[in-house]
Design a binder for this molecule. Structure first.
Ligand SMILES: C[S@@+](CC[C@H](N)C(=O)[O-])C[C@H]1O[C@@H](n2cnc3c(N)ncnc32)[C@H](O)[C@@H]1O
Length: 329
């Protein structure tokens, strides 16, 4: 229990919260304090700094300091507030899903640029609503990628897979929150190994997808019908288990291991992901993958000239190769 001082003003709470998180060595301690106070108050940032003398009740102050204590003990701010912004949209976040990262927005940019290029090459206007496009997001987590794309391409249809039923439950709630549920078919499966009967790329127009996911199925569908997609995107787990001790505790102790680790080295999933994508893309279909900080040397050679063309790498703002894209021959 944290002792409450008599001064429960916004200014005083901010000051004391910041001091506690700084003391605990929490990264971005000022922002974290602000977000936790805003969460308690249900206000926006402008209000916070224009009402420094506003007095909180003892109950509000206690709840704020409880959150500060949990943040100081390592819980991510997003788990305490239950949300994270991505692509200008607010997503529900729980410990069952990876917290959406800003660098993943590069993957959305590359996917949209590649689609626009394809339209230009076909002599159509670059900016399309995605009519007729079938798009898959593999390892959807919170659903941030597929939902951002669904907002950008309001006429496209989508499949989103994840091996974690708990993650899919969060993704479905996020799709409903952003009014795109009717265009996304969520499937519980291993990469693109769709359960038999789940090959249709998207719900039928006007029909809601079934809420119960089909049973898990191991073997990939490899017939011609399965090459359904114009675009496959994925931000797969790409951290090596051997890197685990060096991860920030917020990540190592609080984010789902299935969202972080792909094997001892980290790049182990790319081989299956690229091979299965080759089976599931239409000719001239596009593959866009997020890369871990050391994934490029392992992943790029998997895009061999027999199956792939127009291979490109995009760096993130820190200069790290972050997105690998290619076109299916
Ligand atoms: C790095 S997270 C990405 C989540 C989300 N797409 C994002 O960008 O924030 C990887 C996701 O892939 C899922 N995953 C891991 N292995 C998988 C597999 N073999 N097949 C399908 N999904 C898998 C995890 O459960 C997790 O939700």
């Amino acid at each position: 229990m944290i002792e409450l001082s008599l001064d429960n003003s916004v200014r005083s709470l901010l000051k004391r919260g910041i001091a506690q998180l700084r003391e605990a060595d929490i990264p971005s301690f000022t922002l974290a304090t602000e977000l936790l106070l805003l969460h308690i108050l249900g206000r926006n940032r402008t209000w916070l700094y224009s009402h420094p003398e506003e007095i909180l009740t003892d109950g509000e102050a206690q709840r704020f300091f409880d959150l500060i204590a949990r943040r100081a003990a390592g819980e991510p701010t997003q788990h305490l507030t239950g949300k994270q912004e991505f692509w200008g949209l607010e997503f529900e976040v729980t410990p069952d899903v990876l917290i959406p990262r800003p660098e993943t927005e590069h993957l959305i940019e590359v996917a949209l640029d590649r689609l626009a290029l394809r339209e230009r090459r076909a002599g159509r206007p670059e900016k399309s609503a995605g009519e007729g496009l079938q798009i898959a997001d593999i390892g959807t987590g919170s659903g941030c990628i597929v939902i951002a794309l669904a907002k950008e391409l309001p006429a496209a249809n989508f499949v989103a897979t994840d091996i974690s039923p708990a993650a899919l439950a969060v993704a479905k709630r996020n799709a409903a929150r952003h009014s795109v549920s009717n265009r996304i078919h969520f499937i519980e499966c291993n990469l693109l190994a769709f359960p038999v009967g789940a090959q249709q790329a998207a719900p039928q127009p006007g029909k809601m997808p079934t809420s119960a996911p089909p049973a898990f199925h191991e073997s990939p569908v490899t017939n011609h019908q399965s090459r359904l997609f114009d675009l496959i995107v994925s931000n797969p787990p790409y951290i090596g288990r051997r890197e685990s001790p060096s991860l920030p505790r917020e990540v190592r102790d609080h984010e789902p291991p299935a969202a972080l680790f792909a094997g001892e080295e980290g790049y182990e999933l790319y081989a299956d992901l690229i091979a299965q994508s080759a089976e599931h893309l239409k000719p001239a279909g596009i593959l866009v993958l997020e890369l871990g900080h050391n994934s490029l040397p392992a992943a790029q050679p998997l895009l061999d000239a027999k199956d792939w063309t127009d291979v490109g790498v995009t760096n993130d703002l820190a200069g790290i190769p972050r997105v690998l894209a290619a076109e299916r021959l």
